[in-house]
Ligand binder design. Structure first.
Ligand SMILES: Nc1ncnc2c1ncn2[C@@H]1O[C@H](COP(=O)(O)OP(=O)(O)OP(=O)(O)O)[C@@H](O)[C@H]1O
Ligand SMILES: [Mg+2]
Length: 603
């Protein structure tokens, strides 16, 4: 998405940022690294031991062992080396447990911290961010990217560390025994490294395609499951089946391309390894036979075993590098998100509202344009006094909901000011501002949970009496009582088990319970029947008593009795006045009213 770059700062050194997360655990981290290093070193001991054992039983033991034990007796030496072998294996196992436990724990801690930090930061992001990003994209960041980082810390990092230890330790041992033979054995190394890099370059675009394909497939599936009602009602099952099949086929193809390459990589590397291995056997045997003590049998065995130990992990290097690259990409995205500040933040120096809050609202020359869209509001001016109920009318797309977003500072106006009790809302702390406004939004969103929990949403602790009271005001109580589980009824995801009108009433109850000085109803009764609407309306004056209320409605009967009605057109207040005045004016409002009341004749 091209917009992405403008809302996210791309993190320059993602891995460095990741290691900063390890800082609080540095002691733990150091111990894990130590355990891993010790494990690898001990893991490399068997070839050395085997070499020593062979030379000892052939009565050519290494000098230091003979000196240490003060004997050349092969049996004594063999017993000593066998015991040493057991001790080595024992410690190797302990260190293995220690590093696995350590890195796993570390990865889990960092994962938890990173995920909660990312989520907490995401919550502070402006609404615009969410409107401009696909949900799947944001979810992937919180899930897949964090998991990828966790996997790297748990496995990938350790692999890289052990690879380094292996090279340094095994390499120096081999060179110290016979540098000539070490050179022969490591001859294929440049080819393997070069091959790995080429493989890396070839495979990463293919993996990227796999990831894209799996993303497309899962978003298709997600969309289809969410939209199953539409699919069924339009009998689009066949169409969707073939779309899913296409997506799945793309995924299969992408995977096949990647598998084709990755399946040849390991065999090719093995062939290169075989050359080194064969070289060591051949040259080593020659030196044992003809080299006049240049190489002992034990050393030859040590070499041939060690060469394998060094070269085998290289076959995994392609995978390890790939894991590193993926973790880097994930870290870049995650820290990109974390380091991009919200566009809407608390002011540096806050002003405080004078208590008790009056709830008077003023818009001065407010203009607004969505980043991707035309001008919605221009030079909008109006005032709502404390305690007043103001209706807002206007055709669909006139900018009514947008106006509400300005009041809550979900968006900042591109021009002009919004004032609450005479203070520019940009000078107020966001939480203080939003606590003053109870919104029943056009799109009701309920959380999975009980009816009571949803009504009390946002309150610190649930006071059941208040819940019931709010529910009564919203004409919800009788309905809830009729349910077998009453207020403990689960509403389902997004409130799916309630009807549209029931959801609306619930969200009115929620706003009533919030008990804020300003109440905003955006199409709050559009889905309820006329009778319920009337009942809510009769209650509305009770609900909004002593509060400032903004009521947006297409159904003009809802705002008929408002103290004042504003008609929004072309981003401005086109008409203003009481219902009767506006009808008498014969303007837009009068037109709408006549159409809705079926009273065409009077116009
Ligand atoms: N996030 C957005 N990005 C770009 N344009 C938007 C966005 N949200 C709304 N718009 C556009 O802004 C205009 C005003 O939208 P708004 O939701 O405020 O209308 P409304 O008056 O509430 O309409 P309705 O009565 O249908 O609810 C519309 O033309 C809409 O297409
Ligand atoms: Mg709207």
């Amino acid at each position: 998405m091209p917009h992405y770059s403008s809302t996210s700062v791309v993190s320059a050194s993602p891995m460095w940022n990741l290691f900063r997360y390890l800082k609080p655990h540095w002691q733990y981290f150091s111990w894990s690294c130590f355990a891993s290093t010790a494990n690898k070193v001990l893991d490399l001991m068997p070839p050395v031991l085997v070499g020593w054992v062979i030379d000892s039983v052939r009565r050519e033991p290494p000098d230091w062992i003979a000196d240490l034990l003060g004997t050349f007796d092969p049996w004594n030496l063999a017993v000593f080396l066998a015991v040493l072998g057991v001790v080595i294996f024992f410690f190797e196992s302990i260190f293995q447990w220690a590093y696995q436990y350590g890195f796993m724990n570390l990865a889990q801690s960092v994962q938890h911290q990173l995920r909660t930090d990312a989520y907490n930061h995401l919550q502070t992001r402006e609404i615009e961010f969410f409107e401009n990003h696909r949900m799947g994209e944001t979810m992937a960041m919180l899930n897949d990217d964090v998991n990828q980082i966790e996997r790297f810390l748990n496995i990938g990092f350790n692999e890289i560390l052990q690879l380094l230890v292996l090279f340094i330790f095994a390499g120096s041992m081999m060179f110290s025994v016979s540098w000539e033979l070490a050179v022969v054995g490591l001859l294929p190394l440049p080819i393997i490294l070069w091959g790995s890099l080429i493989y890396q370059n070839l495979i990463s675009p293919r993996y990227r395609k796999v990831r894209e394909a799996v993303g497309a497939l899962s978003s298709r599936l997600e969309n289809n499951i969410a939209g199953i009602l539409v699919i069924k009602s339009f009998t689009a099952e066949k169409f969707e089946s073939s779309r899913v099949s296409d997506s799945s086929r793309q995924y299969q193809k992408a995977n096949f391309q990647a598998i084709k390459l990755s399946s040849v990589y390991v065999p090719l590397i093995r062939m290169a390894i075989a050359v080194g291995f064969g070289g060591v056997l051949l040259v080593g045997s020659y030196w044992v036979l003809e080299g006049n003590g240049m190489l002992t049998v034990g050393e030859l065995v040590f070499f041939s075993m060690m060469i394998q130990r060094i070269l085998w992990p290289l076959t995994r290097m392609g995978v390890t590098l790939d894991e590193y690259e993926r973790a880097k990409a994930s870290a870049r995205r995650t820290f990109g998100l974390l380091h991009t500040p919200s566009k809407i933040v608390n002011p540096v120096k806050c002003k405080k509202l004078v208590l008790p809050v009056q709830g008077s609202i003023e818009l001065r020359n407010v203009g607004f344009t969505y980043q991707r869209g035309g001008v919605v509001l221009k030079e909008l001016n109006f005032k709502v006094d404390s305690g007043e109920m103001v209706g807002i009318a206007g055709v669909t797309g006139a900018g009514k909901s947008t106006l509400i977003k300005m009041l809550l500072r979900l968006y900042d106006p591109t021009q002009g000011q919004v004032l609450l009790d005479g203070i520019d809302i940009r000078q107020l702390e966001l939480s203080e501002l939003r606590a003053q406004i109870a919104l029943v939004s056009q799109e009701v969103y309920l959380f999975h949970g009980t009816i009571a929990e949803n009504i009390a949403y946002g309150s610190e602790k649930m006071d059941f009496k208040l819940v019931e009271e709010a529910s009564r005001s919203a004409q919800m109580h009788d309905f809830v009582q009729s349910l077998p589980e009453s207020y403990q009824t689960i509403v389902g995801e997004r409130g799916i088990r309630l009807s549209g009108g029931q959801r609306q009433r619930l969200s009115i109850a929620r706003a009533v319970l919030k008990n804020s000085p300003v109440m905003i109803f955006d199409e709050a009764t559009s889905s309820v029947d006329t009778e319920t609407e009337r009942a809510i309306q009769a209650n509305l004056s009770g609900i909004t008593k002593g509060k400032t209320a903004l009521v947006i409605a297409h159904r003009l009967s809802t705002i008929r009795y408002a103290d004042r009605i504003l008609v929004l057109r072309d981003g401005q207040v086109a008409e203003e006045g009481h219902h009767d005045e506006l009808v008498a004016k014969n303007g837009t409002y009068a037109d709408l009213w006549h159409i809705q009341s079926g009273d065409f004749g009077s116009h």
